[in-house]
Design a protein around this ligand. Structure first.
Ligand code: GLN
Length: 316
């Protein structure tokens, strides 16, 4: 077992960076280009608020699908588990994250789970607020509070790109309207989903979200519980089974803790009772997961004994 130090993290970054070569940067995101391919940054924040970071940890990227865990927390808070999972399933799916065929193959009235696009759009429709603006500001305020970062913002450029490339997501949403899964305004649900994907953050912020999930859903400023433990358990379980898309089984075996990735190369990891992990590594594989970031997550698990299925109190 290795000791968690900044030097250890710097070495782990250099060991994992070569895995970026097998991935590709998602050029449909504004300002994403080849020069970002080798970027890799990591942050870890422990329960006792020790922060360790290394590599390109200050590089800011859009949340993309890591927003799906935050949306799910809010929807669970607003509607409760039963109603949320009435609209969306909790089963893993072997297809790509933006699959259309899955909408007819599982249960014609709901998508497989909240970690794929269709499920996250259905979840976005369940975030309460008096107006679309209010729903997004609730989301952003919630993020600012859990990351202790009031500088977080939505990139207009990323939001415009999400809208410009939205044919697939629109198809998913309108299909769900046709089956009665989406009963609220489809355009409003989509717009909120695009905005949620477009919030910019660095690996320190992703690690804070991981810590929030891992350790009681408390505000870092006030210690107040913002999300009750039973909802956090649900979110972490869904991350474990579906957070890395159709590689989730692989990550459950090789890393053994709940993770969620996004096509910007972001990964949030939550090690219950211990720490939050944030990774950015823009080169992604065909399933949408950061190649160097994924290698790093697996290395951290091995070196630091983070696998929840081990013997020593669940870890090791
Ligand atoms: N913006 C992307 C989409 O909606 C996010 C998907 C992802 O990160 N996997 O398709």
């Amino acid at each position: 077992m290795k000791e968690l130090t900044t030097d250890y993290l710097e070495d782990a970054i250099e060991d994992s960076r070569p895995f970026a070569a097998s991935g590709n940067v998602n050029m449909s995101l504004p300002n994403f280009d080849e020069t970002m391919k080798d970027m890799l940054g990591v942050s870890i924040i422990t329960t006792d608020q020790q922060c360790y970071s290394a590599g390109d940890h200050l590089q800011v990227i859009p949340m993309q699908s890591t927003s799906k865990v935050v949306g799910l927390m809010l929807a669970l808070q607003d509607f409760g588990k039963e109603r949320v999972f009435n609209a969306v399933g909790m089963e893993p799916m072997g297809d790509f994250f933006n699959s259309i065929s899955q909408l007819e193959s599982f249960d014609t009235s709901k998508p497989f789970n909240p970690m794929i696009n269709a499920g996250a759009i259905a979840v976005a429709a369940m975030i309460k607020g008096q107006s679309p603006e209010n729903r997004f500001s609730r989301y952003l305020d919630f993020l600012k509070e859990m990351t202790d970062n009031d500088q977080l913002y939505m990139s207009e450029d990323v939001y415009e790109a999400e809208k410009a490339n939205s044919a697939r997501n629109r198809s998913l949403a309108y299909f769900m309207q046709s089956t009665g899964t989406l009963v609220t305004d489809v355009e409003e649900a989509l717009d909120l989903y695009f905005r949620m994907n477009s919030v910019m953050m660095c690996s320190d912020d992703f690690a804070r979200i991981g810590l929030f999930l891992a350790c009681g859903g408390r505000s870092p400023q006030t210690g107040e519980r913002l999300i009750p433990p039973h909802h956090l358990r649900t979110v972490k379980a869904i991350m474990m089974t579906s957070g890395m898309y159709n590689s989730s089984g692989h990550y459950a075996v090789e890393a053994g803790f709940p993770c969620k990735s996004g096509v910007s190369g972001s990964i949030i990891g939550a090690i219950p009772g211990r720490m939050g992990v944030g990774v950015i590594g823009p080169a992604i594989d065909e399933k949408g997961n950061s190649t160097a970031g994924g290698a790093l997550i697996k290395k951290l698990s091995q070196d630091l004994g983070l696998n929840m299925f081990g013997e020593k109190g669940g870890f090791g």
